[in-house]
Design a protein around this ligand. Structure first.
Ligand code: GLN
Length: 482
């Protein structure tokens, strides 16, 4: 059986399996062979459990033989290594969780399992999802399949690289400040961060609980719609998941944007942006105009504070969430400690990498007596202003278009010793997390050796249908060659 890994999608593989062209077992075997061939160079996966994946594939094939159908039946997917999959490792790319196996499925994972998904393996990431390049993984560096001298982005860099290298047709990532969209943009795939509360966070190892969301990383917008539909919806195990009906996201996908008002926020088109990124986004805006959309100027005046606010709120929450990794219950316990306090300190000193330590220290500082009001409380107030900016903008437009990142993928090693420069990567993505709104990154067409560029589409809370519709219309037009 020959597989064309460059354009295999969930939808096309499902159609092929329904026709009987191949089985899930054959598809999974082919992907495992592809991973064996490519992953020494790319480094997208931390673990691939071949036997586990093939057992699930055979079960899906047996269910199909008995008449079961469904868009995800027998579809293999890679899972970021901070989402719990029962019985599988869940290291969060950290030494502190080396050897840990999950006792349960995350709700998003359980819902995909019920839909017939095959779990292929665990994708690499920045340790505890802190980073923009996947260089903060304690285990391996992931390389960008478009140019292996460059980073895949982060923190879901393994998930993006797996899709881009044909080592998966879809993966799950998580996004706290851009970790789905930025790597999707850098690697040339689609990435969706849903509305806060759309997908349950139960079983997602928390980084910043008020910002984290799970989302799909795929080749097409349609595949993201399929995965979101299967994962979304209220969950009694996550009190922040909301009781909002889950629409048929695929039914919302049209190829026409007549009557849709798309806003261009002037604060996202600033000096210092890469010229190639700007050119690709301007072309994308023109394509949307040709599809019938009306383009309007909007303003998001508090954008300039987003990075500062994000790095106060995210680190504050991280310092609390990561307190649970102390050598008592999970993973690593340092040897030779003289008492419990000594054991906590030694375990955390040995188990956490430098970026995680930096964040815990920063987060503890902004929450400490005397600084809480000046930093944390102030940041929460500015967060409200950022959310208000979007509410006002969405009175004038239905969705907003921006670049996903100010530059294309940078070189491995280029920013790793300059945390501030690394943090500036999140300038266009962290706002959606602070506001809790959905945001999609769709690849722009690039010529020859040009690096991938992502178009970001932002919508109002629970506006995933429209965001996906705009992304699908754009991607369809691009694929038919304008
Ligand atoms: N790059 C951002 C950070 O380092 C975002 C990470 C994320 O979304 N998980 O915090």
């Amino acid at each position: 059986m020959n597989f064309d890994f460059s354009d295999l999608t969930i939808a096309s593989a499902q159609a092929a399996m329904e026709r009987g062209d191949y089985t899930s077992e054959a598809l999974v075997s082919a992907l495992i062979a592809r991973i064996a061939e490519k992953d020494a160079e790319i480094g997208a996966y931390l673990t691939v459990d071949e036997g586990y994946a093939l057992d699930q594939a055979r079960a899906a094939d047996a269910a199909r033989a008995e008449g079961r159908q469904g868009p995800l039946l027998g579809i293999p997917i890679g899972i970021k290594d901070l989402l719990n999959v029962e019985g599988q490792p869940c290291t969060c790319a950290s030494r502190i969780l080396e050897g840990y196996a999950s006792p349960y499925d995350a709700t998003a994972v359980a819902r995909l399992r019920d839909a017939g998904v095959v779990f292929l393996g665990r994708t690499n990431m920045d340790e505890f999802a802190m980073g923009s390049s996947t260089e903060n993984s304690a285990f391996r560096v992931t390389r960008n399949p478009a140019d292996t001298e460059r980073v895949p982005g982060g923190s879901s860099g393994g998930s993006a690289a797996a899709v881009a290298a044909g080592e998966a047709m879809a993966t799950l990532g998580t996004d706290t400040g851009g970790s789905i969209r930025q790597p999707a943009a850098f690697c040339g795939c689609v990435g969706l961060k849903p509305t806060y509360g759309r997908v349950s966070r139960y079983g997602l190892t928390a980084f910043a609980s008020s910002l984290d969301q799970i989302g799909p990383m795929t080749r097409t917008v349609r595949d993201s719609a399929i995965l979101l539909g299967a994962m979304a919806g209220q969950d009694p195990m996550d009190s922040t998941s909301l009781d909002v009906p889950v629409p048929d996201y695929c039914a919302a996908l049209t190829t026409d944007l007549t009557g849709v008002r798309l806003g261009l926020p002037r604060e996202y088109f600033v000096d210092g942006m890469d010229a190639g990124v700007l050119a690709r986004i301007n072309e994308a805006v023109e394509i949307c105009r040709k599809l019938g959309a009306t383009i309007v100027d909007v303003s998001l005046p508090h954008t300039e504070y987003a990075i500062a606010v994000y790095y106060v709120v995210a680190t504050a929450e991280a310092s609390a969430n990561l307190a649970r990794f102390d050598g008592v219950r999970y993973g690593l316990r340092a040897e030779g400690a003289t008492d419990p306090i000594d054991m906590y300190g030694k375990t955390r000193a040995q188990g956490f990498g430098p970026e995680v330590k930096r964040r815990v220290i920063l987060g503890t500082y902004v929450l400490s007596g005397g600084y809480y009001d000046a930093y944390y409380l102030k940041a929460q107030k500015v967060r409200t202003l950022i959310r208000g900016d979007f509410e006002k903008a969405f009175e004038q437009c239905d969705a907003i278009l921006t670049p996903t990142t100010p530059t294309p993928a940078f070189k491995v090693g280029e920013n790793i010793n300059d945390p501030l420069k690394m943090y500036l990567n999140d300038v266009f993505t962290a706002t959606a997390n602070l506001a809790g709104i959905p945001a999609l990154s769709v690849p722009c067409p690039v010529a020859g050796s040009e690096l991938p560029v992502g178009l970001q589409i932002l919508g109002p809370a629970f506006g995933e249908e429209l965001v996906l519709r705009v992304g699908h219309a754009y991607q369809s037009k691009v694929e038919e060659g304008n």
